[in-house]
Design a binder for this molecule. Structure first.
Ligand code: KIV
Ligand code: ZN
Length: 504
């Protein structure tokens, strides 16, 4: 059977989702979970984009043990040098060089003609090959590139030393018939003495990203790129969990194998959702909460008689119903550490001590501490470490007949406390007006969502907010988890406000 490699770009294209901003610890955490999930290649970032991106790529390169680690670079020597610096410690480094080849991109964005584009591909892929054994080249906007020129661009990259050719459907314009045909034609027409890996990279603007990726595989692609939960630029990328399950469930049809550990799928999805702040829609394929719920009487009756009547994927297969034991008040340090390891965390002593303290405080209020509670607890801890301002206290004065009042205090990195007080038409508005006063900002609250983090009467509240700042035209997100709805709301808003003041 053909073996399909999975390249995950959650930390690069996925982070291009508006409002998504992972810090380095979060990126490392996601990388380790992706390694556990069985990803072959991780695109850890775009090292030249910012010092934060560079640091994250470098740390991931140093920490992962099995995955190939790649970083993105434009056709510019400074990008390639920066990627080399970030990736040089990786067990198996790879560079991903790209340049647009469609007429519209060349004319309006690059202001280059075809000859110049081909010359740049030749120069920069050759240069990348002097530093990296593995060079991947992407002709950006490949699906809208004139076919003969696409072949010329790809052949130029191969002649210059690229052994991996990624074919991006950058604007999500293609469809399975057309996208599959591009692979068929390239594979039939390129000349190479070396084996070339062809890779798909699709965006979901027309809702065809997964179908297109599968069509690429059917037509000879041996690598698929995408992001967990399908996050990414605009409508997002191919959702890798969908491709993984399609290949597994329909092995009879695709006749392909992959390295993905299917029962780590749900956990991977939950981690990315929590750290990105992007909720997974309930009806999302594979990882949505309703994906295994049967509502109609006829379906329920069928499933009770034989699950195969309406269930092509069992929840157990993707790790939805894990018999993992929850922790409680009496659980000791050993059980706690073992559980964190099971969840994929590798904490140093100081972090582990702090996490245990937070766990004990939570266990005093909540009977059973589930995996979701722990992931939220660690996410809070990691976020707070990098936040310029931390929430210290929230007081609300409630009146059933008039304005509500709030007093909020925050502390900055130099341990200076700031306190403010404001009113609002409701308690949450009063808190948010006060936090705006503390941060000296007036963003628009675009989204406010609240839900119970887990089942049960003592479940914590999870609040997600999206803020938009008109002046900097920036969208940011925050998540707060707490027993108290007002406290969770304040946490989410402070987290998002921190993103506004400390843009990378
Ligand atoms: O969508 C795209 O074209 C990309 C490239 C950088 C590969 O993300
Ligand atoms: Zn992309």
């Amino acid at each position: 059977m053909r073996r399909i490699q999975f390249l995950d770009t959650t930390l690069r294209d996925g982070e291009q989702t508006p409002g998504v901003n992972f810090n380095t610890k979060e990126k490392v955490q996601i990388a380790l979970q992706l390694e556990k999930w069985g990803i072959d290649v991780i695109e850890a970032g775009f090292p030249i984009a910012s010092p934060g991106d560079f640091e994250a790529v470098q740390q991931i390169a140093q920490k992962v043990e099995k995955m190939t680690v790649t970083g993105l670079a434009r056709c510019q020597k400074k990008d390639i040098d920066r990627a080399y610096e970030a990736l040089k410690d990786a067990v198996d480094p790879q560079i991903h060089v790209f340049l647009a080849t469609s007429d519209v991109h060349m004319q309006y964005k690059l202001k280059m003609n075809r000859e110049e584009v081909l010359a740049s591909i030749k120069e920069h892929v050759s240069y990348a090959r002097t530093l990296f054994e593995k060079v991947q080249f992407s002709p950006e906007d490949a699906s809208r590139t004139e076919k003969a020129f696409l072949l010329e661009a790809v052949q130029t990259a191969i002649d210059a030393g690229a052994t991996i050719i990624n074919v991006p459907d950058t604007v999500g314009y293609s469809n399975p018939t057309e996208y599959g045909a591009i692979f068929k034609s390239l594979i039939a027409n390129i000349q190479s003495e070396q084996e070339i890996t062809f890779s798909s990279h699709c965006h979901d603007d027309l809702g065809m990203a997964t179908a297109n990726a599968l069509a690429a595989i059917e037509n000879g692609a041996n690598r698929v790129e995408g992001a967990i939960n399908g996050i990414g630029e605009r409508a997002g990328n191919t959702a890798l969990e969908e491709v993984a399950l399609a290949l597994a469930i329909r092995k009879d049809f695709y006749q392909c194998e992959a390295n993905i550990v299917l029962n780590e799928t749900k956990r991977t999805s939950e981690l990315v959702s929590r750290l990105s702040g992007i909720p997974v829609p309930k009806n999302k394929a594979i990882v949505g909460d309703n994906a295994y719920a049967h509502e109609s009487g006829i379906h329920q009756d069928g499933v009770l008689k034989n699950p195969e009547t309406y269930e092509i994927i069992t929840p157990q297969l993707v790790g939805v119903q894990q018999n993992s034991l929850p922790l409680g008040k009496l659980s000791g340090r050993h059980a706690f550490t073992a559980k964190l390891e099971e969840l994929g965390y590798q904490l140093n002593d100081a972090d582990s001590k702090e996490a245990f303290k937070r766990f004990k405080a939570l266990a005093d209020k909540k009977k059973q501490i589930t995996d979701k509670d722990l992931v939220a607890l660690l996410a809070d801890q990691y976020r707070e470490e990098t936040e310029q301002y931390k929430l210290v206290d929230v007081q609300v004065q409630y009146s059933s007949n008039g304005y509500q009042g709030a007093i909020v205090s925050i502390i900055n990195e130099e341990n200076k406390t700031k306190v403010a007080s404001r009113i609002g038409s409701g308690s949450i508005q009063a808190i948010y007006n006060t936090i705006d006063e503390l941060f000296q900002q007036k963003p628009a609250l675009k989204e406010y969502e609240i839900q119970a983090l887990t089942g049960g009467e003592d479940a914590q509240a999870e609040v997600r907010v999206t803020l938009y700042d008109e002046t900097s035209q920036t969208e940011v997100r925050g998540i707060g988890v707490d027993f108290d709805v007002l406290q969770a709301s304040a946490k989410a808003y402070v987290q998002a406000s921190n993103h506004l003041v400390q843009k990378d």
